[in-house]
Design a protein around this ligand. Structure first.
Ligand SMILES: [Zn+2]
Length: 137
């Protein structure tokens, strides 16, 4: 899969540093690592606004679709249409659906089919992959 936004590892590192990303952000976004549950800055964050890809700024989720799944990662019931691409992930002996940013291919987390109505989806995301933007009032 190729993505419109392409950068080298060193370039991503400096982008993330500039944005004040969490220390594990490079491993999570570019190498599909998973942050430890209940450690991310957006896990219990309920402000009104929007969530963007930490790497390229692509709008991913509206804060209105965030819900408390109790799993320790920020969870959303709906993604912005076209913002996310899905890959089947067979690592760790499980069949999961990986979600990546449609613009830059950044690893975001996984999507599961046990979310709330009306979508029935649970986008289980890494805080380190997200950048929050408060809504201007
Ligand atoms: Zn991105």
């Amino acid at each position: 899969m190729t993505f419109p936004v392409q950068k080298s590892e060193a370039e991503w590192q400096s982008v993330l540093k500039e944005k004040g990303a969490e220390p594990g952000a490079l491993q999570v976004t570019r190498h599909a690592a998973t942050e430890r549950p209940f450690t991310g800055k957006y896990e219990a964050h309920w402000q009104d606004g929007s969530y963007h890809c930490i790497c390229c700024g692509n709008l991913l989720f509206d804060a209105g679709t965030k819900f408390d799944a109790g799993c320790g990662w920020p969870s959303f019931s709906q993604a912005v249409p076209g913002a996310i691409k899905e890959n089947v992930d067979l690592s760790h002996g499980m069949r999961r659906v990986e979600t990546v940013c449609a613009q830059c291919g950044s690893h975001l987390g996984h999507v599961f089919e046990d979310g709330p109505a009306p979508t029935g989806l649970r986008y289980c995301m890494n805080s380190a992959s997200l950048d929050f933007d408060a809504k201007a009032s």
